[in-house]
Write a protein of this length. Structure first.
Length: 375
């Protein structure tokens, strides 16, 4: 049994990559005592686990998001998962997303860039508010005070994080979830949301809409902050993007690959099984490290380098794969691309203020706390 010499949670939150490289060179899958689960480290094993929802399920009472939200597409598999996902899938197809949200996102990005301070802190002044505005529009919550929405949201994220590390969600998370539930139910009753005419009950709709919100804020905020951080961290990358803005999509994929804003997804083994030559007993927690798979040298040459011309960057698993592939993938990519495209035009001379910028941090959700841009 490959057992990791225990990396601490602190080490993993600070810089998981060196640790995952070390462990991946020993085995494709290792038991990490600090996480209480098997961590899947290679691209091949991660893809296989993500695509096999019969052997590796999310449908388990220990699942952190399920404990807070109740059954949703994120915490079910098989027919129930299909029913939930189908109720929302049409709204998130690439053409529908482009048609409904391109202008809204462009206008909101332009407005937020114009309102940024000098210097500008990208996460809190641009990425976070954009994600809230877009998800507000998706869910019919545009009228809601964004600060209130974010307050509920942060409490829920803290609760999910606590559950992921074996603690209780906490009273704040539970009451924030109740408040969000009531607000979403109201929006559905008033027919303001995209949701509500999809054949699900109100409770089912609210649970899934809550998951959309949960999936769409912190991660998008992180993804945008990370993309700007990557684009500016090496001035040569920014110069390349300025010279050829058609590279923006590739830069977004490369940023997703190097630092997926959601670093892992959790599954539970339904039977005794073998992954990458390692036997996993039924019932065990299986953590698919998207961060580790995305830097597997067997798939991505020179994996720690940001290479805007990497031919296969889009094969990254940052948005997962298989039946639970991120429903918001097109919407979140559109937001991130729009931010980079408009920054290149609005602030061509932008540069990172290193003293006021932090490295990415986080065990499950990962992003830099501050990405400060100056001229
Ligand atoms: C508009 C923004 C977003 C929305 C609305 C959204 C929504 C969702 C939803 C509803 C699911 C569950 C799909 C299912 O289980 O069938 C999902 C899955 C997922 N999303 Fe997103 N998401 C967004 C952005 C992001 C971002 C920025 C990331 C990371 C960079 C991300 C990473 C993931 C991952 C890894 C999964 C798979 C979860 C699993 O397999 O357990 N999402 N997303």
């Amino acid at each position: 049994v490959p057992i990791a010499e225990d990396p601490s949670l602190d080490e993993l939150a600070k810089d998981p990559h060196a640790c995952w490289h070390r462990l991946r060179s020993q085995a494709p899958v290792v038991w990490v005592p600090a996480l209480g689960g098997w961590v899947v480290l290679t691209y091949a094993a991660a893809s296989a686990v993500l695509r096999d929802a019969v052997t590796f399920t999310v449908d388990d009472p220990r699942f952190s998001t399920g404990q807070l939200f109740g059954p949703s597409m994120l915490s079910t598999d098989g027919a129930e998962h299909e029913r939930f996902r189908a109720a929302f899938a049409a709204e998130f197809r690439p053409t529908d997303i482009r048609q409904r949200f391109t202008t809204l996102i462009q206008d909101e990005v332009a407005r937020l860039i114009a309102a940024c301070g000098r210097p500008a802190e990208i996460r809190t002044e641009l990425a976070g508010p954009l994600a809230v505005a877009v998800m507000g529009a998706v869910l019919g919550l545009s009228e809601e005070d964004p600060a209130r929405l974010l307050g509920w949201y942060s409490a829920i994220v803290a609760g999910v994080d606590a559950i992921s590390t074996g603690k209780a969600a906490g009273a704040d998370a539970v009451s924030a979830h109740a408040a969000l539930h009531n607000r979403l139910a109201l929006s559905i009753e008033q027919n303001a949301a995209i949701v509500g005419t999809n054949g699900l009950s109100i409770d089912e709709t609210v649970a899934n809409a809550g998951i959309l919100l949960f999936g769409g804020l912190e991660t998008t905020e992180g993804m945008i902050a990370l993309a700007v951080w990557h684009a500016l961290r090496d001035p040569a990358v920014w110069r390349d993007l300025r010279a050829d803005p058609s590279l923006v999509s590739a830069a977004v994929e490369e940023s997703l690959r190097l630092e997926p804003a959601a670093t892992r997804v959790d599954r539970y083994a339904t039977v005794d099984t073998v992954v990458g030559g390692v036997t996993i007993p039924a019932g065990d927690l299986v953590i698919v490290s998207l961060a580790a798979a995305n830097r597997d040298p067997a798939v991505f040459a020179d994996p720690d380098q940001f290479d805007v011309r990497r031919p296969n960057a889009a094969r990254n698993l940052a948005l997962a794969a298989g039946p639970h592939y991120c429903l918001g993938a097109h919407l979140t990519r559109l937001q991130t691309r729009t931010v980079l495209e408009q920054l290149l035009i609005a602030w061509p001379e932008a540069a990172l203020d290193e003293r006021q910028t932090s490295e990415p941090y986080g065990l499950v959700f990962r992003k830099p706390d501050r990405v400060t841009v100056a001229w």
